[in-house]
Design a protein around this ligand. Structure first.
Ligand code: ADP
Ligand code: MG
Length: 420
């Protein structure tokens, strides 16, 4: 399969060839013709499978050039600043090779708003933005999105979730109702499905299922370790396994700061990455990570979405993610574009019940490894863990159903209490 049969123009095809994109990925094969046809689209395809190019290439081709004054024709929304910059880099590379003078504006918070306002003078053809800053700039009349032809939501399920949903709704109110809407993500939780349908019109659904052959080549290991020994274990693994570039996920900004400080004391080049750092620092950390000046980045879920770091060999879940979807996105920072990767989960007595839930949803092997010298000593807190009918752990607190079930069980043990 090559790009030639997808309906792209000869000009776009030559740009793809120049940029060394030879074979389209499955999501590109499925999505590009739909986008060129003008339909709305909800596309679900695994992490690292080239979703950015799947929308960027047809989008660039359909931009009208030389519209004066420039109006925003395409709006790409993303959940994080880093992702905005990354998508912008992909689009710039396409635009540069096309040799056309598109004007692109990249709008995100954490940096001064004035340069972005200046840049927007005279309009822009394409805007890549995080929702909050875009709304600020709209409120300042610095940009109008009333003539947008194409709206892209990258990491769409994240943007449809609580936390972004309200901003998204406000943005939608500024957009024309007749437009093309394209939604991309590796996961779409059932709870955002209705919203996804609501903001698009008769969307074509592209699902690139994970097959054994096509799924990201990520080896997943889970290691049993006591909470208090995780930093030591991390250091041990970095040394003994020769890991070169490691992204470690933790639950809080505080942990990210603390663990990176500890690792630095142990002579490992580590930096935190989270939402409380200045934008300059965030950019610096990612740049240093990509350039191998920093070996370990300790991050919150801020780094869990979309970020594409080449040759990222290992992702460590030092703290487990909240949900199975977050797990998929986190480990998907490795094993990208056909490369292989390793994901390591630290599982303690306390997190075992939660791990069991995630492992079932994500089909991870439940057996835990033990590392010599780091054998877990802690026992699980003595909270009764209710089992569901299949003998699985359902959560720490009994649900209503669990209570009913327990009551029924009790009644069947004491037939005299039973009505039957
Ligand atoms: P996703 O958004 O699906 O997680 P990205 O769009 O970030 O994935 O792409 C992951 C990597 O794959 C990027 O480095 C990108 O340059 C590369 N890539 C995308 N399409 C192709 C292709 N057709 N051939 C080779 N590499 C590709
Ligand atoms: Mg992406």
């Amino acid at each position: 399969m090559s790009f030639t049969s997808l309906g792209l123009s000869p000009e776009t095809l030559s740009v793809l060839a120049v940029l060394n994109y030879v074979t389209p990925t499955p999501v590109q094969v499925a999505a590009i013709p739909v986008i060129l046809h003008g339909s709305d689209l909800i596309a679900q395809a695994q992490t690292g499978s080239g979703k950015t190019l799947a929308y960027s290439a047809p989008l660039m081709q359909s931009l009208q050039l030389g519209v004066r004054p420039r109006t925003v024709q395409a709006l790409i929304l993303v959940p994080t600043r880093e992702l905005a910059a990354q998508v912008a880099a992909t689009i710039s590379s396409l635009a540069d090779s096309l040799g056309r003078s598109f004007k692109m504006a990249v709008l995100f918070g954490g940096v001064s708003v004035n340069p972005q306002m200046m840049h927007l003078r005279g309009g822009a053809d394409i805007v890549i933005a995080t929702p909050g800053r875009l709304l600020d700039l709209i409120a300042h009349n610095a940009v109008s999105i009333a003539n947008v032809n194409t709206l892209v939501l990258d990491e769409a399920d994240r943007l449809l979730e609580l936390g972004f949903a309200e901003e998204l709704e406000r943005i939608l109110a500024f957009l024309p109702s007749s437009r093309q809407t394209l939604l991309f993500s590796a996961t779409f939780a059932p709870r955002v499905e209705a919203l996804a349908q609501q903001i698009s019109q008769n969307p074509v659904r592209v699902d690139v299922p994970e097959t054994e052959i096509a799924k990201p080549d990520i080896l997943q290991r889970s290691i049993s370790v006591d909470v208090g020994r995780r930093t030591q274990l991390l250091r041990h693994l970095i040394k003994t396994e020769g890991w070169k570039r490691v992204l470690v996920f933790v639950a809080t900004k505080y942990s990210a700061d603390l663990i990176s400080t500890k690792l630095r004391r142990l002579d490992i080049a580590a930096e935190p990455f989270h939402g409380e750092l200045s934008q300059g620092k965030r950019e610096q950390v990612l740049a240093d990570f990509k350039a191998s000046r920093v070996k370990v980045v300790i991050a919150t879920d801020l780094a869990g979405r979309g970020i594409d770091v080449a040759d990222l060999d290992v992702v460590v879940n030092y703290d487990l993610p909240r949900s199975a979807d977050d797990y998929v996105h986190r480990i998907g920072r490795t094993g990208r574009a056909g490369a292989s990767g390793l994901a390591v989960n630290f599982v303690s007595a306390e997190s075992l019940a939660h791990f069991t839930i995630i492992s079932r949803k994500c089909h991870i092997r439940v057996e835990l490894e033990t590392i010599l010298g780091f054998e877990a000593q802690d026992v699980a807190p003595s909270i009764e863990v209710p089992l569901d009918v299949n003998g699985g752990v359902k959560g720490r607190r009994p649900s209503k159903k669990d209570k009913l079930r327990a009551l029924n069980a009790q009644q069947s043990l004491n037939p005299k209490n039973s009505d039957s």
